[in-house]
Design a protein around this ligand. Sequence first.
Ligand code: GLU
Length: 449
Amino acid sequence: MSSVLSERIEAIYRQVIARNPGEDEFHQAVKEVLESLGPVLVKYPEFSEQKIIERICEPERQIIFRVPWQDDHGEVHINRGFRVQFNSAIGPYKGGLRFHPSVYLGIIKFLGFEQLFKNALTGMPIGGGKGGSDFDPKGKTDGEVMRFCQSFMTELQRHLGEYVDVPAGDIGVGGREIGYLFGQYKRLTNRYESGVLTGKGIGWGGSLVRKEATGYGAVYFVREMLKARKNGLEGKTCVVSGAGNVAIYTMEKLQQLGAKVVACSDSQGIVIHERGIDLDLVKQLKEVERRRISDYAVRHKDARYIAGGNIWEIPCHVAMPSATQNELNGRDAKMLVRNGCIAVGEGANMPTTPEGVRVFLDANIAFGPGKAANAGGVATSALEMQQNASRDSWTFDYTEKKLDEIMTRIHADTHATAEEFGAPGNYVVGANIAGFIKVANAMVALGLI
Ligand code: GLU
């Protein structure tokens, strides 16, 4: 443990490790937040008296369930389903579902913990939760994905509700999966309860801009960080890891704002296109054909594909890790800094390791942590809930403007909080403290529950 942690906070952290053995990602997420909280306890002694940190680290409820389903050949498969309802002090549990073979309780808990503070930062009335399964949608047919989703929802439905818990997508869960999940919820409950899931299709309760929101929002956050340093995105060279929903709409907004994206990736390799990534092709490959990014170089002869390559070796001004947790380590961060990188915006959840974060902060890079930078997705989910509650549907421009305002406000809040607590320019500290104080104040007000 680093010496920055006071003895009391260190004891809390030890307790979290002892209580949640083997959940490395959860430990990492908790440690990062706890390291910021020392000055908060000095300013707000009631948070210590009420044991707010201890309570925040213990989810309100954790659900683990069996998900049996049959593939197209009739073979039976068993997966494990999760929903961790972390905290509902400021609103119903809210957060995505991740379907990926790496999913276990430690991943869902780290994501739920991050989500709680992220959701508070949006300023919307949403608590924190996360769920998912170790099911791998890759290579499965639509029919198999549908049967899995139906089985998953058959159990999960009893724990959901527009005032209870509102899931959405994450890795492996997009519009197709949300459709099957919503259909099964509707059938089981006999209720057209639009507000129970977000990320829905436009014709059945979804919101315009939700699909684009995480990526667009992350770029707005980077734009604001650069603005605070009297700089801008125009003409900047950018690298975006991943090729999923977040990466695609990050690239789209970067291009719209006059930046040049020269590389993206998937879990198998990286593609480099010096004259600028052809986003229509990435969308066709990923959103329509569900293929690997290696096919990009088959169709564009002047692009290069490197199997197993490291995207952070490519020189850039702006790096946007938008794939998955711990995808950018200390060595990668040093390389980026050496190559002239000036800003990093995390589109994914916790993509930079603690060593990487340290390198960026020490080098005074504008570093936007996921909690703040990727909050645009869930913020727009809350906008979707608002539209569902009022049976309204807003235009693209109106919704995008709201997203922009929210991201601009999150930047201003985290920037001001960092300054107030003696860490100017440190958005990690700013996001952790600003998110924590909102949740903690609500918990104090609601009493010991
Ligand atoms: N999975 C997204 C996130 O990490 C979105 C969650 C939501 O919209 O509820 O924030």
